[in-house]
Design a protein around this ligand. Structure first.
Ligand code: GLA
Ligand code: GLA
Length: 672
């Protein structure tokens, strides 16, 4: 495991490069990523290439014992290209063209842009095909950032119609599958179907889901264009792409199938402000939410079931969230350890030095604007030394799988049926309950083989087909422990309700059906009661009134007089396995009431329930304890421990690494 950095030599005088690169090597860094926004420098005019600067930077990196990671520069088509071929620009759904002047202004379906992409990618790939200092490539940069997966231009309209014609043999089949009789929406031909533009009321959900699939798929194809050219030039290179945190519009599993390595960009104090429900806590503003970041680490590790990279790690204060608090002392180092504990093999900080020009002047680097070390530099350097010392690079073996699917996300986002229903938040509720017991979790697509997992949690499998129902049934019959969440088994693949009660094809397995559902504003009293005790627990947002057949109620409603005592959560034992159906969005304590017995039945090692912000990870033979809270904590392992990093008492935003696996019976106490 190792540290690296993102560098923009084109922003600095040549005389400075050697000083910078030497300092990177001195800090113990191994990788330097470059050139993702450099098209206008590499090709200032059509056909006039200038590679010399990049050759020199790569050479210097190699001379200092490091390796370069290069990027295809397509995230920023240069002005001369935009002027020559304006059709490459993205268009909003209201027809507004997204102009040159920031980045990501091209359309994935533009045939002109695909031609230009082939031209520039083959050129840069050929240039470095024999360079021993280039380890691999990143395709483009953050596909879809700034809301750019879905474009609505004329090229997209043509490509959407082709996509539909290929998928549905006839227009009648499409009309039937979508159900376009509703509001007289029947289409006479594929040519009559446009990308979804502005309408007086909601769009047809089947059309929206298909547009979401089509748009994501265009990025998959576009990425593949890069991958094929890079592999052709040098098959030894790794090819990766840097995905984003909690990013909804692109199916990262589908893109990853074409990659050798999955990487992503982690900005913990930004993400708690712009993509987490509710107000962040003071500790989260200083260090982020370890489960929000952890779930992305686990998703991107699971996408190819191998170690991943953090291609961009927050280096300090950043420019794009509403506020820019300085991260807590130690947080930059903590994030590198936390990523490594989740299975990262490399963490590269973004960026080396605060930039003097352009949109990101208010974004820290590891170095200040004058080139001297900033806070992040010290954290990164320390992390590099410590990770070399820890030396654990095994793949993380997770006993529990959380099933996640972008199609469910798109369908639920289109019809959330409550302003508070957010699929990511619901996932994190169940995921966080497992993580609060120290259990390592894979976040996998539902088509992933499940036999290896001791327990499987599916927070909202909204679209379920018969094949998936059969696989989940076999999993439980063969002794698996399955926990299903609310809004499971609701719709078919076309985003239509089924003519049978929820959970549709899973009803036999679950042994219960949903009689009615409701979504709930927070002023209503929302509690369930344990049937084998008198404890009550809060739930929120969503409730399903269950009708049991072969299942047994575990929790019943206990609230404000609406159908009290109806089943809310049920259990059914099937052979050696168990299926629990949870019809509500559980509070943290209710989620723990479901996860703790699930882990026990599955015989999965786990800790006592961990304090908020404190997480434990096992990778290979080592155990990481990461403290994202503002409290000092005392770690109380049940067995003897040798500390490789830290001790049994650590500070806020600090980390300890044990030489052994110490999960079972571990408890951690906040000291305030
Ligand atoms: C993203 C981008 C970078 C930069 C950073 C700023 O991750 O990939 O180019 O804009 O955000 O935090
Ligand atoms: C978005 C992305 C971040 C970062 C910022 C930069 O919020 O998700 O990763 O790139 O934009 O502006």
């Amino acid at each position: 495991m190792t540290i690296g950095v993102c560098y923009f030599p084109e922003h600095w005088p040549r005389e400075r490069w050697e000083t910078d690169i030497e300092a990177m090597a001195d800090a113990g860094f191994e990788y330097v990523r470059m050139a993702e926004f450099s098209w206008a420098v590499l090709e200032p005019e059509r056909g006039q290439f200038d590679f010399e600067w990049l050759d020199e930077a790569v050479e210097l990196i190699g001379e200092h014992g490091m390796q370069a990671v290069l990027c295809t520069p397509t995230a920023t088509p240069p002005k001369w290209l935009v002027d020559e071929r304006p059709g490459i620009l993205q268009e909003d759904s209201d027809g507004t063209v997204r102009e040159h002047g920031s980045r990501r202004h091209y359309c994935f379906n533009s045939t002109a842009y695909r031609e230009e992409t082939e031209r520039i990618v083959s050129r840069v790939a050929d240039r470095y095909a024999d360079d021993p200092h280039v380890a691999g490539w990143q395709t483009d940069n953050e596909f879809g950032c700034h809301g750019t997966v879905r474009c609505y231009c004329a090229d997209c309209a043509d490509a959407f119609r082709e996509y539909l014609a290929e998928k549905y043999d006839s227009i009648e089949a499409l009309n039937d599958a979508w159900g376009t009789t509703f509001w007289s929406q029947r289409y006479p031909s594929f040519e009559a179907i446009d990308p979804p533009g502005p309408t007086p009321s909601d769009h047809h959900p089947s059309r929206l889901l298909e547009y979401a699939r089509f748009s994501s798929n265009a990025v998959v194809e576009y990425n593949r264009l890069h991958v094929d050219l890079l592999r052709e030039a040098n098959s030894e290179w790794f090819v990766t792409h840097n995905f984003m945190g909690r990013f909804s519009n692109l199916d990262a599993y589908a893109v990853s199938e074409d990659l050798d390595l999955v990487s992503w960009d982690s900005y913990p104090t930004g993400f708690v402000q712009d993509r987490l429900a509710g107000e962040p806590t003071p500790a989260q503003l200083r260090a982020g939410d370890p489960d929000q970041i952890g779930m992305d680490h686990d998703l991107y590790r699971s996408a190819l079931d191998r170690p991943f990279w953090v291609m961009e790690q927050q280096p300090g204060d950043i420019n794009w969230p509403p506020y820019a608090p300085q991260p807590g002392d130690g947080a930059m180092r903590l994030w590198a350890h936390h990523a490594t504990a989740h299975g990262a093999d490399a963490v590269l900080y973004f960026r080396w030095r605060r930039c003097l020009e352009g949109q990101e002047q208010y974004h820290a680097g590891l170095r200040k604007q004058d080139g001297s070390p900033d806070r992040g530099y010290h954290g990164a350097k320390q992390a590099a030394a410590e990770l070399a010392e820890v030396g654990e690079d095994d793949h993380v073996e997770a006993p529990v799988a959380v099933l996640f699917d972008f199609e469910n996300l798109w369908a639920l986002t289109e019809q959330p049926h409550s302003p508070d229903f957010d699929y990511w938040e619901l996932l994190e509720r169940f995921y966080g309950a497992a993580r609060a017991r120290g259990t390592q979790v894979d976040v996998v697509h539902p088509t992933t083989p499940l036999e290896e997992y001791d327990a499987v949690v599916a927070p909202a499998l909204h679209l379920v087909d018969d094949v998936l129902a059969t696989r989940l049934t076999a999993y439980v019959e063969n002794g698996g422990e399955l926990l299903l969440g609310p809004r499971t088994g609701v719709k078919d693949a076309y985003n239509k309700l089924r003519p049978v009660p929820q959970p549709g094809p899973l009803a036999d397995l679950v042994g219960a059906t949903v009689d009615r559902h409701e979504s709930l504003p927070s002023q209503l009293d929302t509690r369930v009661r344990n049937v084998n005790g008198e404890n009550t627990y809060q739930f929120q947002v969503w409730a399903e009134w269950l009708e049991t057949a072969t299942a047994t109620p575990l929790f019943v409603y206990d609230a404000d007089g609406v159908e009290n005592d109806r089943a809310a959560i049920t259990r059914r034992d099937v052979g050696d396995g168990t299926v629990v159906y949870c019809g509500v969005w559980p509070s943290e304590s209710l989620a723990d009431e479901l996860i703790e017995p699930l882990l026990a039945r599955a015989d999965v090692p786990s800790s006592d329930r961990l304090p908020d912000g404190v997480r434990v990870n096992v990778r290979g033979g080592r155990t990481w304890i990461t403290n994202f809270s503002s409290d000092r904590i005392r770690i109380k392992p049940a067995t003897d421990v040798t500390w490789l990093i830290g001790t049994a008492t650590i500070d806020a935003y600090d980390v300890a690494v044990a030489e052994q696996r110490v999960l079972d019976g571990l408890s951690i106490e906040p000291l305030g």
